[in-house]
Design a protein around this ligand. Structure first.
Ligand SMILES: [Zn+2]
Length: 98
């Protein structure tokens, strides 16, 4: 079951990368497209490629933001754990003289 899940994950990543690469290459090939028709199929595909790349960029930004937030939460949690473990009288080196 775990092996099938990893296969699906790898297949989804490969398909995502291929669609990203195809979109970029199509945009590069048709960068100087001069449209002559009102219902141009090249322009329609260019719009779809542009939308795909924008959504991929938004997803990447969201993933980076999520990664940053999780790292900040982990850092703050570890800092609280360190502070809580240092609050004993022995660790603070308090001497009882009376
Ligand atoms: Zn066109």
């Amino acid at each position: 079951m775990k092996r099938a899940g990893s296969f699906v994950t790898v297949a989804a990543a490969v398909i995502f990368c291929l669609s990203f690469l195809c979109s970029v290459s199509f945009l590069a090939i048709h960068a100087h497209h001069h449209c002559t028709d009102e219902h141009c199929s090249v322009c329609a595909v260019l719009v779809q490629c542009n939308r795909r790349l924008r959504s991929a960029a938004a997803a990447g930004s969201a993933a980076l933001l999520l990664l940053f937030c999780s790292m900040a939460a982990a850092f703050l949690t570890s800092a609280e754990t360190r502070e809580a473990s240092c609050e004993t009288l022995v660790s603070l080196k308090v001497e009882m003289l009376n």
